[in-house]
Design a protein around this ligand. Structure first.
Ligand code: FAD
Ligand code: EPU
Length: 359
């Protein structure tokens, strides 16, 4: 069936496209269409937009750079992307600053801005794809740091109350790859995040590989003899580039499954039979297991079914070798989760949000 040309319309602070293709807006690069795609340039366009009956009645999906989404099919409602940009220092003293960043900024640009302006802390989160607006949704984390450590306030449009709200760190209920926002998709549209960025911070170097990589690049030092945030960012960029497949070359959304969090008894039982299974301490005395290890040991690293598969570079990454549909990718993901459960009795949960009706 021929696909009709998209129809574009300009509104105050936003653009609307009907029946819009989303293939270029998700890092899996799967084909999907949105009934309406709305690009919002200024967050102050939101009240007027949501006053329109169509936007109230249709299902809403907020889209950043599409690096943590799997379109299992078309989106029958509104896809809304916040393009608002800007980084502004609100308050500053010798110890650090409160910095407001609009939701449409690219996360990695903000990390590099913070390093360039002499702040410390975000360097471990270098090279995570996506927007600032999406960062609090799953409380992005990498190399021993999570964004919740820096979030002071999240500003969001609350569709339930039809108004802009400000949520402090505690109200965001951050957890491992989790938050208030992730628990209630469709309710919140993050418009800006305010970060507390310190000038000095104890470098976080405990994650496997960081120290070795720093040594390999001849570790730049700060006044105390420790590595600078810039050196840490460089070391982690090198690790990430080596470990993870590049979405510009092969469609993927980073880790497809969360690392399973289990109670201490279960972890010990598994350690007794699988002593090489990597485990880490998690919140509340729980233990986090390496999903990548479980998947690799279950024999799925490099697995392929048509164009959908598991990366041969990293076992936690579901990949689109070319023309896989969202449904093809989902089928492989389910097959892998079933295989891991059968072998180890451990359940794997997807990390990215799975959206759209299956074709
Ligand atoms: P999208 O994929 O567009 O959206 C993700 C979710 O957030 C959706 O539910 C969406 O509705 C919601 N959302 C997006 N913007 C808003 C908003 N403004 N308001 C409300 N809801 C919103 N993640 C990590 O935590 N650590 C990593 O190390 C990491 N590495 C990755 C490596 C690769 C190669 C890739 C492809 C992904 C990786 N990810 C990682 C996942 C991804 O980068 C993050 O989840 C990122 O925050 C997603 O940003 P996005 O703008 O692409 O969001
Ligand atoms: N491993 C394997 N096989 C593999 C890859 C890894 O057995 O193919 C084992 C290794 O023993 C390795 C361990 O898994 O030591 C951990 O691997 P890695 O350091 O790559 O981290 P991860 O647990 O697989 C998590 C996050 C990543 C984040 C890295 C670094 C989740 C779901 N994933 O991956 O986040 O970048 O740690 O902190 O927590 C993402 O969320 O999209 C993401 C990429």
């Amino acid at each position: 069936m021929p696909v009709p040309d998209p129809v574009a319309a300009e509104g105050k602070g936003h653009t609307v496209v009907e029946d819009a293709p989303l293939e270029g807006r998700n890092t899996f690069r799967v084909k999907a269409r949105a009934h309406l795609l709305v690009d919002v340039r200024h967050a102050d366009a939101l009240p007027e937009l949501f006053a329109q009956p169509a936007l109230q009645s249709l299902p809403l999906l907020v889209l950043g750079e599409g690096s943590n989404l799997l379109f299992a099919g078309d989106w029958p409602g509104v896809v809304l992307a916040i393009a608002a940009r800007g980084i502004r220092v609100l308050e500053e003293d010798d110890t650090g600053a409160l910095v407001r960043v609009e939701a449409g900024e690219n996360w990695d640009d903000v990390v590099r801005w913070s390093i360039g302006h002499g702040y410390a802390g975000l360097e471990n989160l270098v090279m995570i794809p996506g927007t600032v607006g999406a960062a609090p949704i799953q409380n992005i984390g990498a190399y021993g740091v999570e964004v919740r450590e820096f979030v002071h306030t999240v500003e969001a449009w609350d569709r339930t109350q039809s108004r802009l709200v400000r949520l402090d760190n505690a109200a965001c209920a951050f957890g491992y790859r989790d938050s208030l926002f992730k628990q209630d998709p469709g309710r919140w549209i993050v418009t800006a995040v305010e970060f507390l960025l310190p000038r000095r911070r104890e470098p976080r170097l405990g994650y496997a590989g960081i120290a070795e990589e720093l040594a390999a690049i001849g570790m730049a030092t700060n006044g105390d003899g420790g590595p600078t945030p810039l050196a840490i960012a460089e070391a982690i960029s090198r690790l990430r580039t080596r470990k993870l497949p590049n979405p510009a070359l092969i469609g993927n959304a980073g880790s497809f499954f969360k690392n399973p969090v289990v109670d201490a008894d279960t972890a010990e039982r598994l350690a007794a039979t699988h002593p090489r299974l990597p485990q880490w301490a998690a919140d509340d005395g729980l233990r986090k297991l390496s999903a990548a290890w479980l998947i690799e040991q279950a024999g799925f690293k490099g697995y392929r079914d048509g164009d959908a598969g598991i990366s041969d570079q990293h076992a936690l990454v579901l990949v689109n070798h070319g023309r896989a549909s969202g449904a093809d990718l989902l089928r492989v993901a389910r097959h892998v989760a079933t295989g891991v459960h059968a072998r180890f009795g451990v359940k794997l949960e997807p990390e990215p949000r799975i959206v759209g009706a299956s074709r």
